[in-house]
Design a protein around this ligand. Sequence first.
Ligand code: GDG
Length: 469
Amino acid sequence: MSRLIVVSNRVSVPQAMGAAGAQGGLAVALGAALRENRGIWFGWSGKETDSFTGHLDMQRNFGVTTATIDLEPQDVDEYYNGYANRTLWPLFHYRIDLTEYDRSFGESYVRVNQRFAESVIPLIEPEDLVWVHDYHLLPLGSMLREKGVTNRIGLFLHIPWPPTRLFVSLPNHEQLVASMLHYDLIGFQTEEWLDSFIHYIKKEMGLKVAKDGTIEYQSRRIVARAFPIGIDYDEFLEASRSADAIGAYDRLKNSLGGNRKMLIGVDRLDYSKGLGERFDSFDRFLTDNPDMAKDVVLLQIAPPSRGDVSSYQLIRHDLERKAGHINGAHADVAWVPIRYVNRGYPRSELAGFYRAADIGLVTPLRDGMNLVAKEYVAAQDEEDPGVLILSRFAGAAPQMQDAVLVNPHSPEEVSDAIKQALAMPLEERRRRHQALLASVRDEDVVRWREHFVEALQGKGADDHSTAGN
Ligand code: GDG
């Protein structure tokens, strides 16, 4: 079995199963792959250094070897906060109004990708598979090739690929895509993002793409395919049965008072997640349904992220204002409609919160996949499950057609969906939940990475359908 070299912007140092930390399903799944295939997870440590040395900090924790480098403050500012999160992130989420096109960001992006390439090369052995993750590192494959790496190299993009007419607003877009055509395999979350990429390749580069996603470019063959990511179902089930989860469930249920129903939202504080629109929709529901209003509570957990980027500071401010306004307008002495919480919780407690919620409100404006929708389904009581309300613009929507699908831009539509979910008969809730659970359980993160790794090895290209996408 080939060794795996995983490269991502940040490395998540493995923790013991059930540790109280906030290790996500992706970290768990990649950790498992690295243990099975042996291998190394390489990336930025999250730390800064005055002058870049390329020194590798190698560690081994819980059977996984990690290798990290420190970056200079200018790198963090212009590559991470700059090109990655002020340029590519908003552009790839269709927000050209928030996209900053600054030449120095692009230069730093190239410099840091070069630093990643130089630092990871000494770790790569001849038979290794190299798996690069996400928008921070799109040109890394071409830089590894320039330095003589002939191994199979794959890229998986966790976020959407934007429509061509938006993408071409990026200066040097041709160079960026040409650099991606040095990978052997490029994976997207859904057929929709794959189609946008293929559209660009055909229209702007005039290349031919075979039916199976094979692109021919400068005598190389690159395969582009959809690999929808899932959650680590077994890990999440274990977390949801833990004493911490049960304690969190009891605490939350007891705090609601009477037979009050609860809606839950769990999102990094990010404009792509549609939090402002969600608050507006809940406001609409409260206004239009005064007889039901005091029987519901919305719990919104939103740990802050990317606080150094101004658009994130603005949305945080905007949401505080909105939550305060809605609570001020509707609250009563013994009831507040929105519990807005700007902090993270351990995964096991989160699982208990999901289970306590009658409705999972997952309404991103644009999302590569969205794992919260899948976690919400996995955490439900099968006998008496809650209802998932899901944005049709989440990458998860094609696989989760049994959710109540909504347009998150329409407060009326989301308000109606909340009403429908609150009144939904048990039989219909069970039927929808069983169908959703089957896909969440079967199309899990283990299957995702097995399919990706097999395809990277050049095996089984025709074996797995991405049906439903
Ligand atoms: C990117 C793409 C794609 C959230 N709050 C807490 C907490 N979380 C966890 C959730 C979930 C994860 O963070 C968020 O995953 P998402 O998929 O919703 O979103 P992104 O962070 O934007 O991830 C996305 C994903 O990559 C994977 O490919 O699905 O589309 O944007 O697991 O549970 N975890 C804990 N406490 C919190 O308070 N422990």
